[in-house]
Design a binder for this molecule. Structure first.
Ligand SMILES: [Zn+2]
Length: 236
C-alpha cells in the first residue's frame, strides 16, 4: 500500500529503541497510541549534507594537488541520506494481541495507509477532528487513534490523530484542525489512485470542475455536514 504522512520516529521503550508512529501524546488529558512501523529506505546521495560537508578530509598529493574525500557523508544521517517518504510502501499487520502494526512492503496495491493529525493551534473548547464523506465510508478502514491537547489536562483544546487505511479511491476526508475554523481553516483531503490532494475551501469548486468523476462533496452549513459526513472512529 502507498502511504500518506507516515513518518516514524525512534522511541525509547522499556525494552529498547523501536521505530514507531506515535499517535496523539502522552500525559494528563491526552492519549498516546503507539504503532510499530519500520523506517523507510534512504535516498542514497553521493554528497554529504551541509553539516557533514565541514568534515570532508583533504588529501594533499606530492605534486601539490588536493583531493577532497567525501568522508563526511554519514550513512545514517537524515540529511546526507534522507528517508524516502515518497516511495514508502507498507502493509497492515497485527501484533500478537491483535493491535495494528505497520510492516514493510514492496507493493503499492491496495490503496493508502494515512495518518491524519488534526493538531494545529488552540482555542478553548475546540477539538481537531476528521470526517469521511458518507458515500465513501466503506472505502475507509479505521486502524487506530490517539489524541493530544493544549494546556493542563487539555483545558484549551484537543486534537485527534488518526491512522486509517483508504482501500478504494476516490475517497474524501474533511479535516477540521484544532483551534476552530477562524484560526485553522478546514480543508479536504482527496485520496486518488496515485496521489493525495489537499483542497482548500477557496479552491474546491475549481477542483470539482476538474474532476467530474468525483461526487460533489461540498457542504453549505453544519446541518448538511452532519448529514453528509461521519467522524472517523472505530466502527463498533
Ligand atoms: Zn549528514
Amino acid at each position: 500500500m502507498k502511504t500518506y504522512n507516515i513518518k516514524p520516529d525512534m522511541k525509547e521503550m522499556s525494552f529498547g529503541e523501536l521505530s514507531v508512529v506515535a499517535l496523539g501524546e502522552r500525559g494528563r488529558g491526552r492519549w498516546e497510541e503507539i504503532i510499530p512501523c519500520p523506517l523507510p529506505e534512504r535516498k542514497l546521495s553521493t554528497q554529504p549534507c551541509w553539516v557533514h560537508k565541514e568534515s570532508i578530509s583533504s588529501v594533499v598529493y606530492k605534486d601539490g594537488s588536493v583531493r577532497k574525500d567525501p568522508e563526511g557523508l554519514q550513512e545514517d544521517c537524515d540529511r546526507c541520506n534522507p528517508f524516502d517518504f515518497e516511495n514508502f510502501l507498507l502493509e497492515i499487520g497485527e501484533t500478537r494481541s491483535g493491535k495494528p502494526k505497520l510492516i514493510k512492503s514492496t507493493s503499492s496495491d491496495g490503496g493508502w495507509i494515512a495518518r491524519i493529525n488534526t493538531g494545529k493551534t488552540y482555542t478553548r473548547g475546540t477539538r481537531g477532528r476528521a470526517s469521511v464523506f458518507n458515500p465513501h465510508s466503506d472505502n475507509v478502514k479505521f486502524l487506530a487513534s490517539g489524541y493530544g491537547a493544549f494546556g493542563q489536562a487539555g483545558a484549551i483544546g484537543k486534537w485527534n490523530d488518526y491512522l486509517i487505511a483508504v482501500e478504494q479511491t476516490p475517497t474524501v476526508v474533511r479535516v477540521a484542525p484544532s483551534g476552530g475554523s477562524h484560526k485553522s481553516p478546514r480543508f479536504w483531503l482527496v485520496f486518488l489512485e496515485d496521489k493525495v490532494i489537499k483542497v482548500s475551501n477557496e479552491e474546491v469548486h475549481i477542483f470539482l470542475d476538474q474532476h467530474p468523476e468525483i461526487e460533489d462533496f461540498t457542504v453549505v452549513d453544519q446541518n448538511e455536514f452532519k448529514n453528509k459526513y461521519t467522524e472517523l472512529k472505530e466502527k463498533s
